[in-house]
Every structure is written in C-alpha cells, then in structure tokens.
Design a binder for this molecule. Structure first.
Ligand code: 4AZ
Length: 255
C-alpha cells in the first residue's frame, strides 16, 4: 500500500515536473557511467516505476531492504539489472521476482533486509558481501559509496531520476549516529555521511559498498534517515556482516 501510494504521487509529480528533474539521483550525487556499478538493481512495479534499489548477489538473487517489500508479495514485482539509464530498455534485463523473503528478525527498522528470488537468471556481475572478517571496511571514517535512482532532493519522490548516481561517503561511528538517529540499533546498523551528500527516498534497498583489493564489497543496505543530507543526521544502513543478517542471507540464498 505504502509503495503504491508513493508510486502514484511520484508518477503524477513526474508528469507535472518532468523538465525540473535533474540528471543523477542520490542527493548531490554524481551520474554513474554505463556499467560502472554492474550489480545495481532497480525494484519496479508492473508500470515500470522504480521505487527502491537492490543489489545482485548471484544470478538468482537480489538483496534489498525489508521496508521496500513489507507485504512480501511478489505478484507485481520486477527487478531491472544491467541498466544505468532506466529509460533505456535496450540494455540490461527486466526480470520477474518469483518469491520475496523478508528477514524474520526485521523489527523497528532493525535487520531491514529482504531477498528477492528471480524467475530467470540475471547476467549481471554480482557484488561480494562483507563477512565477519571485513569489519575494517566499516571502521569510523572508512570510505564507502552509495548508488541509486532515488531522490536528488528530499522531496518525497518529486526529484527522482532515471540516471543512476552515486555519492562517496564516510562511515560514521555508531555512537555519533545514535545521537541524532534515536532508536538506532548499533549491532545491525552502520551509518555513513558526507557534507550535503546522502542516499534518499527511492534509494532504499540499494547497496552501500567499499572497495577491497579493487573489488566492490557490500557493507550496508540503504535503510532510513531523517530527511536526507541534513548535517548531523547520517544515513542509516543495515549492516550486511551482522551475524544474524549475514547468516540469514546464506541460509535463504546460499550466498
Ligand atoms: C527514505 O525515505 C530514506 N539518507 C532512505 C534513506 C535515507 C533517508 C530517507 C538515508 O526512504
């Protein structure tokens, strides 16, 4: 219901404001080059509206946020992979989701994670997931990147974009993050921020990733924040290498 309401609002506003939509999603992001983030997935309804992000973790599975798929209903759910400009249907694949798995531990914004089983394999290159030995990737101040097709301004879908964009951020300590994000669950969350740059509505479910030995490694899932890009309010991400989240991903998907 929630995402349907947002979809209607965003579709109506996109029609009214199409000339105002900027290139590049994510608040103050940089437009991605074609193929730069091959693991990026867009979650879409039957109308082709992109309401969340996700990441390809194997040919048969996309990782996203639980709050993107709260009713776990795959009926009207698709993922688009291998596409940077969502308006360019000549690249990538649009694939039906056959089944949604919401992390059973998801509650009060903690453990915000879900897995989408694809009805046909994606040829997109998957992203590696952070494991127990990768805590260095989420140390305070460590460099991370977020990518998505979400809002370029914190305006409830008014300024989302067809162009994938990314922002380079730094990990913020759990203690600092919890000062403004009240209720932040440190064991299952990791926070990141940069001046005036942030993930925003529509980026939810997409990956926060680091680079290790030249390869991207996913450390977080876009979860929530107080508006977007507000100073002192870091974005909150589900922590991929939290023990429960990481073992739940393996138990469901084999990844
Ligand atoms: C949202 O509304 C949302 N900056 C997602 C992520 C963030 C803020 C808001 C994090 O879905």
């Amino acid at each position: 219901m929630y995402r349907k309401a947002i979809a209607v609002l965003a579709t109506a506003s996109a029609l009214a404001l199409a000339p105002l939509t900027g290139a590049g999603a994510v608040v103050n992001g940089t437009t991605a080059a074609a193929g730069q983030f091959p693991f990026m997935a867009s979650l879409q309804d039957g109308s082709g509206f992109s309401f969340c992000g996700g990441s390809v973790i194997s040919s048969g599975w996309v990782l996203t946020a639980a709050h993107c798929v709260p009713d776990a209903d795959a009926t009207d759910l698709y993922v688009v992979t291998g596409r940077t400009d969502l308006a360019d249907a000549s690249t990538g694949q649009r694939i039906k989701v056959s089944k949604v798995f919401v992390n059973p531990a998801y509650a009060n914004s903690a453990h915000d994670s879900a897995l989408l089983e694809l009805a046909a394999p994606t040829t997109a290159t998957p992203i590696a997931l952070a494991g127990a030995a990768d805590d260095d990737l989420e140390a305070t101040g460590a460099p991370v990147t977020v990518a998505g097709w979400g809002d370029t301004l914190p305006t409830m879908g008014l300024f989302s974009s067809n162009q994938l964009a990314y922002a380079d951020l730094k990990v913020v300590s759990d203690g600092e993050c919890g000062q403004t994000n009240l209720g932040f669950d440190a064991p299952t969350g990791v926070c990141a921020a940069a001046l005036l740059k942030d993930s925003c509505q529509g980026d939810s479910g997409g990956p926060l990733f680091a680079t290790k030995a030249g390869r991207p490694v996913q450390v977080g899932i876009v979860s929530y924040g107080q508006s977007c890009a507000l100073p002192k309010f870091p974005g909150v991400y589900s922590e991929v290498n939290n023990g429960q989240i990481r073992s739940w991903i393996t138990s469901v998907s084999g990844v």
